[in-house]
Ligand binder design. Structure first.
Ligand code: G5P
Ligand code: MG
Length: 230
């Protein structure tokens, strides 16, 4: 489906709320959207063996957020490299900004280019449901493809559908680390939501399966960016 004006969307949601899963579905339905996941960008740095990669690894393993300054530098650089800092571009961010400090700093970069985020969708999913999902998550690290043994299992057990390479568990998907990540998410959420509420771009969709959440998300995109509003 085509969009009639540029969409710059942030998917805001707890660990395991389905940001990656819903991103894949949106990209299929709206092929002009490009996406960036901050977690995937960080994980892609881990194998480089640099001091930065060790630093990133220790934050992720402990379920802590990386410092705002470092995140803004890394993701800001990535947006620039992709030529996304302009008002014509259409993109989706998964996992960044996730503190109000990151949101403010990003907007300082985007606003002068008339490229501010113009839609934020909060995914509201019950946290008990999330813990079960993460337990059954397996990933293909190189591509960021995500599977779930119950919900979307790979065609061949524990192998990536496209490359056939082995799937792995994320280091930060243990019960102890997931509970820390959920606490941190809950701590940062209110000020972050308030920031985007004041900019009049915040929406919330609720449901305990991605099959319930996705149609609501797609409808928001269609209503705001695929129909011409008079
Ligand atoms: P990430 O990588 O951004 P999180 O914690 O925000 O990690 P995560 O865990 O990647 O988010 P998700 O993308 O929201 O979760 O969820 P998903 O992978 O799509 O779905 C979860 C599982 O549920 C999958 O197995 C999926 O198949 C399944 N599933 C989906 N829908 C359903 C359903 O309807 N039913 C069922 N049964 N299953 C379903 O960040 C990682 C770390 O990087 C650092 C931090 O250390 C962070 O902890 N980091 C940052 N630090 C500072 N600032 C930032 N901006 C940072 N960004 C990343
Ligand atoms: Mg994800």
């Amino acid at each position: 489906m085509a969009l009639v004006r540029p969409l710059r969307l942030l998917l805001l949601g707890a660990p395991g709320s389905g940001k990656g899963t819903l991103t894949s579905r949106l990209l299929k339905q709206f092929p002009t959207i490009s996406s960036l996941s901050s977690g995937d960008i960080l994980r892609s740095q881990l194998s480089s063996g640099t001091t930065l990669s060790h630093e990133i690894s220790s934050y992720i393993k402990e379920g802590k957020l990386l410092p705002d300054k470092l995140m803004v530098r890394l993701i800001g650089g990535e947006l620039d490299k992709r030529n996304w800092l302009n008002k014509q571009s259409t993109w989706l961010l998964d996992g960044f900004p996730r503190t109000v400090g990151q949101a403010r700093s990003l907007d300082q970069v985007l606003k002068p280019n008339e490229a501010s985020i113009n839609m934020v969708v909060e995914l509201d999913v019950d946290q008990k449901v999330i813990i079960d999902r993460i337990e059954a998550r397996w990933v293909h690290v190189n591509s960021g493809r995500v599977y779930n043994l119950d919900y979307n299992p790979p065609k061949v057990p524990f192998k990536d559908d496209i490359t056939g390479e082995p799937l792995t568990k994320r280091d930060d998907d243990t019960a102890e680390v997931v509970s820390k990540r959920l606490d941190l998410y809950n701590k940062e959420l209110q000020p972050l939501k308030q920031f985007y509420q004041e900019l009049n771009v915040l929406h919330t969709v609720s449901g305990n399966t991605s099959d319930i959440v996705y149609p609501q998300l797609a409808q928001l995109v269609i209503d705001n960016y695929s129909h011409i509003n008079n």
